[in-house]
Design a protein around this ligand. Structure first.
Ligand code: SAM
Length: 339
């Protein structure tokens, strides 16, 4: 092992943690299953991104090998499947089953646009998926279509309801807020979440993808979002943040309902100091930070003749680059990585 990145700090499992050079334990793997997506969100995708060729995509067996290694050797507990759109993968159920069967993985989540959940939620829950974050930027058909490039939001709402019914828990909603587009909908989105007893998170626009040049005009800060909630809020209680990327609050609304609202604030207030995640794509690229470039590729180390020490060396080298704080301009990577 070439560096101090694989230090021997202890995880809750008693295993040594995979730790970056600043001592931030890496206990959370975000795995992008494909760069392909079924939506064309204005703030995310520069255009059609196709499926990776099969021979460049980690198979369910390879994914299981990776996660098992990280769980057994480094005490990884938490995996989130993302994309692109993870439900584009035809072998998604097998991937979920294989990861869910690994001892030590006690939190298996997915971030999705929700379009397939009306059909897939129960099967995913049976396969071992615990929880799901569903993107829902607007309740207005015109705004939804403008923002995502697809008709909606009926199918996504059906998907959210199917996920709740299937027992995926918690179900959380994500909404990216754009000035002049959906900012006025914040109170309606909060009421929608409160009626279903699910949490909602509002995400500050990051300067990447197609809106990179209009970022300053389209950005809405968490503070401005919060102000839009004042007229409908009777009581506001701050919750603890921990490793969570969201600043979360419990709100008592004017209609007597309680709801948890989070703000994901990569721009106005980053959460890098508590960041415990590493991102790996379907092609095996390792991103120590969403806003970094790939710092290594683990595909060859995970091939048939599995090389666990080689894999650790690549992860270790990649983690050296995990910055104390992410840069706030000039990044484009999230179009394929997901959040
Ligand atoms: N396809 C899935 C989905 O729609 O949730 C997972 C991938 S998507 C890239 C993950 C999250 O990143 C979504 O909640 C999306 O809204 C958010 N996102 C994408 N581009 C963003 C940007 N420029 N700024 C802030 N959030 C962004």
């Amino acid at each position: 092992m070439s560096t101090a990145t694989l230090e021997q700090s202890e995880t809750l499992t008693g295993k040594p943690a995979l730790t970056d050079r600043l001592g931030r334990g890496v206990g959370y793997l975000r795995l992008s299953l494909t760069p392909a997506c079924t939506m064309r969100c204005t703030y995310c995708r520069p255009g059609v991104i196709d499926h990776l060729p099969t021979d460049q995509t980690m198979s369910p067996t390879t994914i299981e090998r990776l996660v098992r290694h990280l769980a057994e050797r480094w005490g990884l507990r938490k995996v989130r499947l993302t994309g692109g759109e993870p439900t584009v993968r035809r072998d998604l159920i097998e991937i979920v089953e294989r990861i869910a069967g690994i001892e030590g993985i006690d939190d298996l989540a997915m971030t999705t646009n929700g379009l397939t959940l009306p059909k897939q939620a129960h099967e995913l829950a049976r396969a071992g998926l615990r929880r799901v974050n569903v993107s829902l930027d607007s309740l207005q058909p015109k705004t939804f279509a403008r923002m995502t490039g697809v008709k909606g939001p009926g199918r996504v709402i059906d998907g959210i309801e199917a996920a709740i019914e299937a027992g995926l828990s918690p179900v959380r909603l994500n909404a990216v807020i754009l000035a002049g587009e959906n900012e006025e909908e914040i109170p309606d989105l909060v009421r929608f979440a409160a009626e279903r007893d699910v949490e909602i998170r509002f995400i500050e626009l990051m300067p990447m993808g197609p809106l990179v040049d209009q970022w300053a005009q389209r950005f809405v800060s968490a503070e401005a979002m919060r102000r839009r909630l004042e007229p409908i809020t009777r009581r506001w209680i701050d919750l603890e943040q921990g490793h969570d990327s969201a600043r979360r609050h419990r709100l008592l609304l004017d209609n007597g309902r309680m709801v948890t609202v989070g703000f994901i604030t990569p721009m106005s207030c980053n959460f890098c100091a508590a960041c415990n995640r590493v991102r790996i794509t379907a092609a095996g690229d390792v991103y120590p930070c969403l806003m970094d470039k790939p710092r290594g590729n683990i595909a060859s180390a995970l091939a048939e003749c599995f090389d666990p020490d080689g894999l650790d060396a690549i992860l270790s080298e990649s983690l050296i680059h995990k910055a104390a704080e992410h840069p706030v301009t000039g990044f484009t990577q999230m179009t394929i990585l997901g959040g």
